[in-house]
Design a protein around this ligand. Structure first.
Ligand code: ADP
Ligand code: MG
Length: 293
């Protein structure tokens, strides 16, 4: 098979195991070892989170320090796609805290970007979280808002009629579960659509987002070029025949070359297996992780 130029020596299973990060033992380590913001750490502490669950212990180090996941030096990691970490598939039981495991890295990444970029006060859609039901989506919105309180990161729940223009603009009507609901809705409807982005994180069901992205050309969707993180929550459901085409339609709309996709599920169904073995596996190969390791 064709080898990528940036690929160095393939990693054997032993080498890969050696560079695999230590599990996260306490939430305090997120601040000390992984450099999440003090504000986010406070938000976690105020909700009483102290000991990470197993899926959080395993996934957070991988998602917060991409070079760990790559099993390479950060130089190699850069060659593999600047700023990009590996995609991740996490399978853990219901109630094991998967929501927080995907939200912490998403909020953290957005805060880092906002810290370094010129237009730091602009909201640019950077993370899309897809969930199979509206109820689940609204629970995720609530949790994301608690986590990002005071961080400047804006979370919006998708609903019917909300327009996503080019990917950048979330038009009036954003669902909001914070206390300043009315005020926010009013502000949203007054603002011009053009050139104003109003969400950093969008939480949605597949159908709602896909219809907002549909164009005049059948089967063609408006792209979401600014999205860096795509989360599929309950990925087994999102990839079953009922949702599969919609989910993959959104995935295709995420055209950013640095896109990271994370899949979260309570079961490892054949739907997931089929997909994961094609996308995640191909990236591992490109990075020089030996076949079968
Ligand atoms: P899952 O998506 O895996 O089914 P959730 O993310 O919905 O699970 O989390 C289930 C519950 O566990 C939520 O009420 C959440 O606040 C709580 N929770 C998550 N992580 C922790 C933790 N580290 N310590 C204590 N409670 C947690
Ligand atoms: Mg869940």
């Amino acid at each position: 098979s064709k080898k990528n130029k940036t690929t160095t020596k393939p990693k054997t299973k032993d080498e890969y195991t050696q560079v695999y990060p230590q599990p996260l033992m306490t939430f305090r380590d997120l601040r000390t070892t992984y450099g999440i913001s003090g504000r986010m750490a406070t938000n976690l502490a105020e909700q009483g989170y102290k000991i990470p669950t197993e899926v959080q212990m395993g996934s957070l180090p991988l998602l917060l320090k991409p070079e760990f996941a790559l099993g390479t030096s950060s130089e190699e990691a850069e060659g593999a796609g600047k700023g990009k970490g590996l995609d991740l598939l996490a399978v853990a039981p219901t109630g094991s805290g998967k929501t927080l495991a995907f939200l912490i890295p998403a909020v953290n990444q957005i805060m880092q970007r906002r810290r370094t970029e010129k237009d730091k006060d602009e909201h640019v859609l950077q993370a899309v979280v897809i969930a199979p039901t509206k109820e689940l989506a609204s629970q995720i919105v609530n949790e994301a808002k608690k986590l990002s309180l005071g961080t400047g990161v804006k979370v919006v729940g998708m609903r019917k009629g909300l327009k996503i223009i080019g990917a950048l603009d979330v038009e009036a009507g954003a669902e909001s579960s914070s206390e300043d609901d009315e005020e926010e809705e009013e502000e949203l409807s007054k603002k011009p659509v053009q050139g104003v982005a109003k969400a950093d994180i969008l939480v949605t069901t597949p159908g709602l987002l896909l219809s907002a992205l549909s164009s005049d050309v059948p089967e063609k969707h408006h792209p979401l070029p600014t999205v860096q993180t795509l989360v599929l929550d309950e990925a087994d459901v999102l990839l079953d025949p009922l949702f599969r085409d919609q989910t993959l339609g959104i995935w295709e709309a995420c055209t950013n070359p640095d896109l990271r996709v994370t899949l979260w599920s309570a079961t490892m169904g054949s739907n997931i297996e089929a997909l994961a073995s094609s996308t995640i596996y191909s990236r591992r190969t490109k990075l020089g992780i030996e076949e079968g390791s």
